[in-house]
Design a protein around this ligand. Sequence first.
Ligand code: SF4
Ligand code: SF4
Ligand code: SF4
Ligand code: FES
Length: 947
Amino acid sequence: MDDTKDFGTPKKVTDKTVSLTIDGINVTVPEGTSIMRAAAEAGLSIPKLCATDSLDPFGSCRLCLVEIEGRRGFPASCTTPVAEGINVKTETPKLEDLRRGVMELYISDHPLDCLTCATNGDCELQDMAGRVGLRDVRYGYEGENHLDSIKDETNPYFTFDPSKCIVCSRCVRACEEVQGTFALTIDGRGFESKVSAGNKDFLDSECVSCGACVQACPTATLIEKSIIEQGTPDRKVTTTCAYCGVGCSFDAEIQGDQVVRMSPNKNGGANKGHSCVKGRFAWGYTTHKDRITTPMIRKSIKDPWQQVSWEEAISYAASEIKRIQKKYGVNSVGSISSSRCTNEEVWVVQKLTRAGFGNNNIDTCARVCHSPTGYGLKQTLGESAGTQEFDSVMKSDVIMVIGANPTDGHPVFASQMKRRLRQGAKLIIVDPREIDLVNNSVHIKADYHLKLKPGTNVATINALSHVIVTESLLDEGFIKARCEKEDFDLWREFISQDKNSPESLEEEIGIPAETIRKAARLFASEPNGAIYYGLGVTEHSQGSTMVMAIANLAMATGNIGREGVGVNPLRGQNNVQGSCDMGSFPHEFPGYRHVSDDITRKTFEDAWGAKLQGEPGLRIPNMLDEAISGTFKALYCEGEDIAQSDPNTQHVTHALESMECVIVQDLFLNETAMYAHVFLPGSSFLEKNGTFTNAERRISPVRKVMKPKNGYEDWEITQLLSNALGYPMNYKHASEIMDEVARLTPTFKGVSFKKLDELGSIQWPCNDEAPQGTPTMHIDEFVRGKGKFFITEYVPTSEKVNAKFPLIMTTGRILSQYNVGAQTRRTKNVAWHKEDLVEIHPHDAEERGINEGDWVGITSRAGETVLRALITERVQPGVVYTTFHHPESGANVITTDNSDWATNCPEFKVTAVQVSKVSQLSGWQKNYKDFSKKQINFAKESAAKIN
Ligand code: SF4
Ligand code: SF4
Ligand code: SF4
Ligand code: FES
């Protein structure tokens, strides 16, 4: 079946079917299906303009008229449902006449520039004019019209040309139904009606640039600037977005070797045709002038870079690793992989480390984001992964969002969640800050916003669970059948204690006890309660405790093991789940099996032909500490930028400076690369084959759209390094790496590139028991057998406010930017976020004489930086908030190296600070400016020497 076919109206799902005849063909479809869709499913195509199958029918264009035997008039087939036994005709002389009349009216008020129009040949209006046989316009083109309407070109990625608009409302409905933003309306009536972005231009409007309206527009009114500038594509390759953990599927549309458009794939398992501004438009970084495509080496970071051949760079890197291991021992080197890499890339990096370096010093950036998720869910449920697929939310009756900001961090999933909320699901937000979902629009308001003080997550969830236990709101049947009794009894006794009551904790957490009680009752009383959480849960000193407390709450209310419920970590980066699955933690082989497990280790030793260590290796913080103390000397860092993303920047850079060989593999000379001795240029997601695994355990294909600009896919570079070190790797294609993953990892046993091509995507576990994958986990029993409750004692963080540091700083991200911003800063997305700002409550600002836009110094126990102030009541008094997308902001100069007790995940979300008005940059920022300028010049000089 053509995967881009538009059936006109959405699919209906019901067991009841209806049979009818359309143009003599017998058709049977689900009850409620439109005649238009029934015809399309039978291979017939009724002309249409205002209908498309991603939107509810609207019935405004009157092009899709049909005749129904025995009924009067000409009903619109998009809005008329099928009925048993009816006989429909879609092509009669009368219908053809009516349709030509409709088209004539449209065309009489449309510019006649089809041949020079950017969408010539890819325009539904043009197609329909041809389809209905319109050859002439009887009214002429002289009368009143819209042809002089002014274009809105303010959005960096698309234009709005009202002269071409047919007021079909598809854009307005897409913004409402698909995206859930309600940025557009139709203003005026009759001839005066026009599409309006709230009487503002697009850039200043509520529009979040998701592209849904552009996708829906049947004319060239809303159109990508890339298509206007570069022309229409001639081929496409389906691949997966390289940004967030939603994992949207896209068709990379190509002309020659240039991507001209990324169109969200209708059949994408995670996104079903929707997108956000990053995946849809922000791919420009892949061809940005800052990209480095030639390897570079140098002896010291004080030296200029020297561009060299791949052979020389790899041989130098390998000789340095060998030299260092010989001098300082086998454990003096290690690797860091990244959640931005494919599964296959991560696999070879951890294999190189374990088998090539001969140690377990491999860690990944999940250390600083979701390592507590891995730990906490493994302990309680038995598997280090979320329990549901995204579609599950459509069956939730109450949704609790804890420490996550889906509209900014996971926008496409947020649109789906908003759809469910508009259908009436209840919403509880647990967050110190007023995120968008709290008061999203007239259509969505949180039933409860538990605006807790940063650092009191565990106290808050204990209080919620206390209410559920003491008010007999437990799901006793579920607990008895599915959970370990002894542990549950201990937990029940613990959580019932008065110290966990909302009344005892209300002052500590800053939420009235009665509000907690009501929220707990709401969560426990609805049939299906789902919990979604993010880094506001994990990046705390009690991150792992909080993950276990969430699992406790879900089990206590029976909310695991079916659709509509579950514990759902929203993963930040595209492949956080995958990088953890692929064994990039120092204590675990792929598939979360401990390195001390003799049977597993033997399996890998046999497969890899190498002796492997049975002791866990170093985590990132340990590598850094040991670098400073002089025992860790060389690092291979692929796709990660620890000098910007990890806490206490001064400590990280001191550690990097202390090493004798830092090898960075990346697209750009990132902050870490400024401390490197070997730079191996990486390939972008458009230039490689592989897979990403998203937040719902969905493995999706990443497919090569163009040749790597640097000459190699990233896994090939790791393979070159491994071979140069004397540990042979001989993969010919990324698919062979996945075949090895499947051979050695029970949960991936049934995964292969071939199967991915057949199914589109696969949710693991995928093996003999679940050959098509597993959308919902823990259905009949938990992966660990019975669910295990854990005691979650609240231990306040040691990061205390005092007279010197009276405010708490917390951090987050915004929609247009991604993580350290290395990619999104190199796109037009900067139009929405030119710099990181510090949000401060009006009371705190007034007390300090701070006005909007002032430079303010933020000082913590770790360091100081300076940002501009944004005064807002989104943050509560006593709390300030910032993002970390620009390196010169130095947000992590302030964060401390406090971390989660179980996993060392940094406590990014709680830093005691003072904020005061200043007039110049901080000392760190001044040094940073000089240092980075010098390092960038070193790279430029080396390129100039060659060219
Ligand atoms: S902009 Fe496009 S989708 Fe919107 S009303 Fe006009 S023609 Fe229809
Ligand atoms: S780009 Fe998205 S948010 Fe903006 S108007 Fe279109 S549909 Fe609405
Ligand atoms: S929601 Fe995430 S995966 Fe989807 S397009 Fe946006 S950034 Fe990419
Ligand atoms: S397509 Fe049915 S009325 Fe427009």
